[in-house]
Design a binder for this molecule. Structure first.
Ligand code: BTN
Length: 321
């Protein structure tokens, strides 16, 4: 939806987290105070939550209603599709990608009814979480999905740290943990051009447990899943900050993602170094110690037979401290 220049300028000024007076807004924008007042009222009528504090204005940081109007304004994507509810943002994004949507189109939903996880699992997606998918069009072979996913994991871990100060860590390959609880999962799906084996597009799907679900996590997730906030409805600005911090970090890595510019940071954020893990291979369960992360984001593990790289799959920590 198009807004007037004045309204956009006012939003830019009042979204910085500080109260700004009508007079100050008027002089910064070179308009009258009456014009400011009228524009603020029009924005409120459009659905923006603008606090009036002691004669000044600020975009409400306490608004807990993540809504379309604010999201359209706040999220710095090429195009944003906001959904109150959807089956899966990855599925929506794939349809849009097939229909030719441009790179960095983002689909963001308040809840998903059929959230998809890795390895064919479902991803619990109640209201209070952040669920979004980004359309990418990398000119790369199919194998680049791992590079994209790991770049996304670093970007999201940093976005969580910057937004919440929580010490986020990456559990190989692309889960984000705080202490012993998973707070974020990432699922990258790609479509390939059979003629040249290159990606036609990729959809990067990210789910973050921002708020604690009303009624808590289901029993099967209780011990494993955590959230960034105790409340079920954190301020909407938290969601926008997470998405924007993520996008700005990820865009940088993505420019030459084929060269894995994020690998050193990935190592720094890795949760698994020195941990004893178990994993399944050839139908058997193995136990090994994690030595580190290789240059292609493979997990290097060591057991009595020596060191070996794990290229994909999932490991479980057996000695969590
Ligand atoms: C995992 O932890 O197994 C990956 C979870 C990925 C979930 C996100 S939420 C947004 C996007 N839409 C989906 O259906 N899945 C991803």
């Amino acid at each position: 939806m198009r807004r007037s220049r004045t309204k956009d300028d006012i939003l830019n000024e009042i979204c910085k987290g500080e109260v700004i007076s009508g007079g100050m807004l008027a002089s910064r924008l070179g308009i009258s105070r009456t014009a400011v007042w009228k524009a603020v009222n029009a924005l409120r009528a459009q659905g923006f939550f603008i606090d009036g504090v002691g004669g000044g204005y600020m975009l409400s940081p306490y608004n807990t209603r993540l809504c379309n109007k604010q999201a359209e304004f706040a999220v710095k994507a090429e195009r944003l599709i906001f959904k109150e509810k959807t089956d899966s943002t990855n599925e929506d994004a794939k349809k849009l990608a097939e229909a030719g949507a441009e790179e960095f189109t983002v689909v963001l939903a308040k809840k998903q009814t059929g959230g998809k996880g890795r390895l064919g699992r479902s991803f619990f997606s109640p209201e209070g979480g952040l669920y979004f998918s980004v359309i990418l069009r990398p000119e790369l072979p199919a194998s680049a999905c791992l590079k994209i996913t790991t770049a996304a994991a670093v970007s999201m871990a940093k976005a969580i740290m910057r937004t919440t100060n929580c010490p986020a860590k990456i559990k190989w390959v692309n889960d984000i943990y705080i202490s012993s609880k998973k707070v974020c999962g990432i699922l990258t799906e790609g479509a390939f051009d059979a003629e040249n084996g290159r990606l036609k597009y990729a959809v990067l799907g990210i789910g973050v447990n921002v708020g604690t679900p009303k009624g808590g996590f289901p029993e099967e997730l209780e011990d494993k899943a955590g959230a960034l906030f105790d409340t079920s409805a954190p301020p909407s600005l938290v969601y926008f900050s997470l998405v924007n911090e993520f996008l700005s970090g990820f865009r940088e890595y993505y420019k030459n993602v084929d060269e894995m510019p994020h690998i050193e940071e990935y190592r720094k954020y890795s949760l698994l170094d020195g941990k004893i893990v178990s994993y399944k291979k050839d139908g058997k369960t193995h136990t090994a110690e994690v030595c580190g992360i290789g240059d292609n984001a493979e997990l290097i593990v060591k057991d009595k037979k020596g060191e070996r790289p794990l290229l994909s799959g999932e490991v479980t920590i057996t000695n969590y401290e």
